[in-house]
Write a protein that binds this ligand. Structure first.
Ligand SMILES: NC(=O)c1ccc[n+]([C@@H]2O[C@H](COP(=O)([O-])OP(=O)(O)OC[C@H]3O[C@@H](n4cnc5c(N)ncnc54)[C@H](OP(=O)(O)O)[C@@H]3O)[C@@H](O)[C@H]2O)c1
Length: 333
């Protein structure tokens, strides 16, 4: 049996993951058995849900064992197939984990195409799970109306960068909350947000009030406790909130709490988001986001890292909030 480069879990992260929580090593890779395919990974998606996969476990799934290959989604090319439904040479989206080559069940891979001029990595971001998350949160939870003000935190990341464009396309006013002034510039200059507030500024709540003079009609929460607490104080009557990402809690922080009084005063509706409940929106999401990408109203905003060995550092950046855009690792081996 031959081997392939991979990233394994060296120890369970305590708090925000560090690069040395991982090991870069070689693992065995065989030939596909019946109804299996061998995929050569081209680009790997790094996503915050993987923090829970590293421990304590994501949704109902157990945590990856120490020494196990880190799970994850990738795009790659089928190099060998023992399935009638997937031929060698097909480009697929697959759960390969963090490795250069992987044998996976043929039924688990999804062949994909992208609109002309759109890079294949869009399937990991705007046209993939993060983009569907933004689309579903807006369609099913926030339902922006023309003239509404919709606030998005982590506004320049994989989910947030798509959400802002969708809010604008609905005729509402997207307002960003971000972690740095560089990201605030990205939000307004690149991603079409009408205003951006830096959540670490001492007076950020006053800045948010200035950016949202009539209150906040919709809020997509992708960030941390202080952001949630500050935003809900400024909800307009009848506001909708989608609780979608709890970044500090994932990094072993305290459980996120919601100010019930602020929700009550605003007569707000609060939704919990789990993207896997919204797979039925996949076709309309792909059509709408494909259209926005083709027209240039949505810019693919990515932070790219070259080499599988860079994945640990890239993941540590993501979970500390340092990333600027959807995190993609180019697997060049
Ligand atoms: N519920 C679902 O079904 C679902 C599906 C997909 C994603 N999500 C969640 O959506 C959120 C965004 O995902 P993404 O893939 O688009 O990631 P991302 O936004 O590209 O990266 C995470 C961002 O979180 C922000 N953040 C805010 N507070 C933070 C803190 N205390 N520590 C670290 N980062 C902090 C940082 O941006 P700033 O510095 O700009 O604040 C950071 O860049 C994540 O929480 C993710 O788990 C949920």
């Amino acid at each position: 049996m031959s081997t392939t480069p991979a990233v394994t879990l060296a120890r369970r992260p305590a708090g925000t993951p560090r690069p040395d929580d991982f090991a870069v090593t070689d693992v065995p890779v065989g030939q596909p058995g019946p109804d299996e395919v061998l995929v050569a990974v081209s680009e790997l998606s790094l996503d915050p849900y993987l923090r829970s996969v590293l421990g304590p476990g994501h949704l109902d799934e157990p945590a990856v064992p120490i020494g196990g290959v880190v799970p994850g989604r990738a795009i790659g090319r089928v190099m060998a197939s023992r399935s009638a439904s997937v031929t060698a040479g097909t480009w697929v989206l697959a759960e390969t984990g963090w490795r250069a080559r992987a044998v996976v069940p043929a039924t688990s891979v999804r062949p994909f195409t992208v609109p002309d001029g759109v890079p294949p990595s869009a399937v990991l971001g705007a046209l993939g799970m993060p983009g569907l998350t933004a689309y579903a949160a807006l369609e099913r939870h926030l339902v922006p109306r023309p003239g509404d003000t919709v606030v998005v935190s982590a506004a320049t990341g994989g989910v947030g960068s798509v959400a802002g464009a969708l809010v604008a396309a609905a005729g509402a006013r997207p307002v960003a909350i971000v972690g740095t002034s560089e990201k605030a510039k990205d939000a307004v200059d690149v991603l079409g947000y009408r205003a951006a507030v830096v959540r670490t500024a001492p007076d950020w709540e006053a800045q948010l009030a200035e950016a949202c003079p009539d209150g906040i009609d919709g809020y997509l929460h992708l960030a941390d406790q202080p952001t949630l607490t500050g935003v809900v104080k400024q909800l307009a009557v009848g506001a909708r909130v989608s609780l979608c990402g709890l970044m500090d809690q994932y990094n072993d922080g305290p459980r996120t709490v919601l100010d019930a009084g602020a929700v009550m005063t605003a007569r707000a509706v609060v939704h919990g988001m789990v993207v896997y409940d919204h797979g039925d929106l996949a076709s309309e999401h792909a059509a709408k986001v494909g259209e926005l990408l083709a027209s240039g109203d949505l810019v693919l905003h990515e932070e790219r890292h070259a080499g599988l060995h860079r994945a640990p550092e890239a993941f540590a950046r993501l979970m500390s909030g340092a990333n600027r855009g959807k995190v993609v690792v180019e697997v060049t081996t």
